[in-house]
Design a protein around this ligand. Structure first.
Ligand code: PLP
Length: 390
């Protein structure tokens, strides 16, 4: 008898386990403070929750909502892009609502890249990108951010482009490093995009989590980029409702028309009543958005200052939920080993950067901490780290 092959197509075999599953199980087994997975442990505004409850009660979205998103939400997304970035987006043709930013990313790739094409992206990258690219049959090419400072190097990007390169997958504010790419850095990247006539998928899920005096620059605001860029947003991240899975893609009419094709055959529609609630959430007044980023900045400062006081090196992020440490001064040369030991040694969970690279060596000394947690949780983690490393 011949042995039965494992029931999974070859292109997905590299993606069977996620580090988050392994680390969350380890957190549970050891009673650790879980600074692994990036989700906030406090929900978004009550007013947005009430809007969802009202929509359900009033029968809005309980049946299949409109195919590309309820018109009210598409209008709210367009108004958001105008209000914050002065971008003109036509809600009827230039927006598609998706099952989280995740589906927007998958649908964009399925719409724009062919078997054997290359998708280029800076590493470390958000792990979902690798799996979504594999779904399309394309190959991924990684260009490491400068180690330690985590800045994008347009020269290195240019050197990685081949005749097969079809699309640049960009992410700013950047997960896992917390870098917020400057306008100058993005302009240099835009030159490469023009030279090689690339499409751009710009994942801006953390657009509202930018700290200090830094500014988020949407890639599509740069000269010549609007006509070739799909911009992706996430209500999970912007409204702290990661379980709702409402996201969107916006961009030029022809690209959005393409993205709508695979997307309508993936989930068709999703999140009916939540779409109505998110349309109210995106219109929240300036106070909400200011407090959202300043509240996260306080958590960043609490955690990063705490690490520094313990002598644990930290690369202070400019945005997002995440900070990075180089663990070499703690006696480790391998972030994976550090993250496997940490729950046992300290009762804390972190994620090794290696899982966000194809080249293992590139991320080897770095680990990611999620600080999007309540201050008491961060203080508990710091106390545990103090006992182990202090
Ligand atoms: C969380 C996250 C996403 C996915 O967002 P969802 O709306 O939950 O699907 C996409 N990109 C980045 C960089 C993220 O961190």
């Amino acid at each position: 008898m011949t042995r039965r092959q494992p029931p999974l197509v070859s292109r997905m075999r590299g993606h069977t386990a996620t580090v988050f599953g392994e680390m969350s199980a380890l957190a549970l087994a050891t009673g650790s403070v879980n600074l692994g997975q990036g989700f906030p442990d406090t929900d978004g505004p009550d007013i947005v929750k009430e809007a969802a409850i009202r929509a359900i009660r009033e029968g809005r979205g309980n049946q299949y909502p409109a195919a590309h998103g309820v018109p009210e939400l598409r209008a709210a997304i367009a108004a958001h892009q105008k209000r914050f970035y002065d971008l003109d987006i036509a809600p009827v043709t230039d927006v598609v609502v998706t099952t989280g930013a995740s589906e927007a990313i998958a649908a964009t790739l399925l719409a724009l890249v062919e078997d054997g094409d290359e998708v280029v992206m800076f590493s470390p990258w958000f792990d979902l990108y690798a799996a979504a690219i594999s779904l399309t049959g394309a190959n991924r090419v990684e260009v490491p951010l400068t180690p330690g400072s985590f800045r994008p190097d347009a020269g290195a990007l240019r050197a990685a482009i081949t005749p097969r390169t079809r699309l640049l997958l960009l992410n700013t504010p950047h997960n896992p490093t917390g870098s917020v790419f400057t306008r100058g850095e993005l302009l240099a990247i835009a030159e490469v995009v023009l030279e090689h006539d690339l499409w751009v998928l710009s994942d801006e899920a953390y657009e509202h989590l930018v700290f200090d005096s830094k500014q988020h620059t949407p890639f599509s605001t740069l000269p010549g980029m609007a006509e070739r860029t799909i911009t992706i947003g996430s209500a999970g991240k912007s409204l702290s409702m990661t379980g709702w899975k409402v996201g969107w893609a916006s961009g030029p009419t022809d690209l959005i028309a393409a993205v709508r094709v695979p997307r309508q055959h993936l989930s068709f529609v999703s999140g009916g009543p939540f779409q109505w609630a998110v349309s109210e959430g995106l219109a929240l007044p300036d106070d909400y958005w200011a407090e959202f980023s300043s509240g996260m900045q306080l958590r960043r400062d609490l955690f990063c200052n705490g690490l520094r006081d313990l002598g644990i090196p930290v690369i202070v992020p400019e945005g997002t939920y995440f900070a990075t440490s180089d663990v070499r001064s703690l006696g480790y040369d391998d972030g994976w080993q550090f993250c496997r030991d940490l729950p046992i040694r300290a009762g804390v969970v972190a994620i090794p950067h290696q899982v966000f690279h194809d080249n293992d060596d590139a991320g080897k000394p770095y680990v990611r901490w999620a600080f999007c947690k309540r201050p008491e949780v961060l203080n508990e983690a710091l106390e545990r780290l103090a006992r182990a490393f202090g």
